[in-house]
Design a protein around this ligand. Structure first.
Ligand SMILES: C[S@@+](CC[C@H](N)C(=O)[O-])C[C@H]1O[C@@H](n2cnc3c(N)ncnc32)[C@H](O)[C@@H]1O
Ligand code: SF4
Length: 381
């Protein structure tokens, strides 16, 4: 294009396109409508013109942390063997836990810096009495695209209509077995039917997919992989098989861990036509589907094939500590800084420094299993 035709094209387009659907090409100065751009060029355009991501939430390896998990409580109505130490955990006094106001203040700050997805977790987030109100308050924060919850499902059927109305976008429900008696053994409590009821309620209310988190442990539930795959035949589920991870007090050992490859082999023996699905770059899950099944299965391979290189997650524990890595033990108390009246700028500096110290990758499952960390229940998965 000659300069004059570029100018003419620009003028014509700028007159006929509203500001909202017109894209100005930076170098040529030509306006295009979004529809005119091919999807690849559209993606390129968006990348080129996206607002720069916060330097505070970008680490030295270029990872942009747009996903925050907030633990709402250290308490739980179940006692899963892989999460809660047999002897229980020392609970933080209530006065040292984040208040709802503090949770929302921190959420707002992180969203202002570029976080657009928040997951509420715990302990069991749905035992926090004001969980619906927390979702409603998060929903009002401008810039949040996704509010999600990870729950054991016990209180889900009862609370979901109100959670949905408050703005809950996505749900992960933990379920490690389809055998009621085994359920009681794994989680050391009753409740299998309530969890199933929660799953069906989520489907009924239109969540799609409903994600089901299944921690696979040798000798416990690895014989149920195919039953879980069958569950995806007529239901819009994404069953996520999670490799068993070591945390304080959960008696992890390598022999109990069933690797992704091993699970995949077992499933492929029954379903050789299992197809791999494309994944987003920042996804932690490797997704597969049996052709013609309504749902799909995925694998969370944190141990055998970690995904630290694309990690975009930060965590805030119920007692207000920022954890930049699930498997790292370095923490900084945002609660303390909030309570001494640190300004927003100071808090952002503190968060930025912690993100800046984030390691390239976790230390490997054997080192992690020897390392001091919190029990999972006190982190928030
Ligand atoms: C800590 S729980 C908190 C939320 C809620 N109570 C629940 O169970 O869904 C979050 C997730 O972490 C998973 N998890 C806990 N301990 C784990 C471990 N040792 N290895 C792998 N996943 C684990 C649970 O299965 C659950 O899906
Ligand atoms: S995995 Fe969830 S439900 Fe099970 S003990 Fe941990 S926090 Fe509770």
């Amino acid at each position: 294009m000659t300069l004059s035709s570029v100018w003419q094209h620009t003028m014509e387009k700028s007159e006929s396109l509203s500001a909202s659907n017109a894209c100005l090409h930076k170098r040529t100065g030509v306006y295009y409508s979004f529809q005119e751009l091919s999807s690849t060029r559209r993606k390129g355009f968006l990348m080129e013109h996206a607002a720069p991501f916060s330097a505070f939430l970008t680490d030295r390896f270029g990872r942009q942390h747009n996903y925050l998990r907030i633990s709402l409580t250290e308490k739980c109505n179940l006692r899963c063997q892989y999460c809660m130490p047999e002897e229980g955990v020392h609970l933080t006094p209530k006065s040292e836990l984040l208040t709802t106001h503090e949770i929302i203040t921190l959420a707002r700050l992180f969203v202002k810096e570029g976080v657009d997805k928040i997951r509420l977790t715990g302990g069991e987030p749905l035992i926090r009495p004001d969980v619906v109100d927390i979702v409603a308050q998060l929903y009002k924060i401008e810039g949040i695209k996704t509010i999600a919850v990870t729950t054991n499902g016990i209180n889900l059927a009862r609370l979901l209509p109100r959670l949905k109305e408050a703005g809950l976008d996505a749900i992960n429900i933990s379920l490690d077995t389809l055998v009621p008696a085994k359920f009681e053994f794994i989680v050391r409590r009753k409740g299998f039917h309530k969890v199933m009821e929660g799953i069906h309620k989520a489907i009924e209310l239109g969540y799609n997919p409903v994600k089901v988190n299944c921690v696979v442990m040798r000798g416990l539930n690895e014989d149920e992989l195919l039953d879980f795959v069958d569950l995806t035949k007529n239901l819009p589920l994404d069953v996520r098989f999670i490799e068993y991870m070591p945390f304080d007090g959960n008696k992890w050992n390598f022999k109990k861990m069933v690797s992704y490859k091993e699970m995949l082999d077992t499933i492929k023996q029954r379903w050789p036509e299992l197809e791999k699905l494309p994944c987003e770059a920042s996804s932690t899950a490797k997704a597969y589907k049996v052709p013609d099944f309504q749902g799909q299965v995925s694998f969370i391979t944190s141990m055998s094939e970690h995904f630290c290189g694309t990690c975009s997650r930060l965590r805030i524990t119920a007692d207000g500590n920022l954890k930049v890595c699930l498997f790292g033990n370095s923490e900084v108390s945002l609660r303390d800084h909030l309570r001494v009246g640190s300004s927003e700028d100071e808090l952002v500096e503190i968060i930025g420094a912690a993100v800046g110290r984030k390691k390239k990758q976790h230390a490997g499952m054997f080192n992690i299993s020897q390392m001091k960390n919190r029990p999972m229940i006190l982190i928030g998965g």
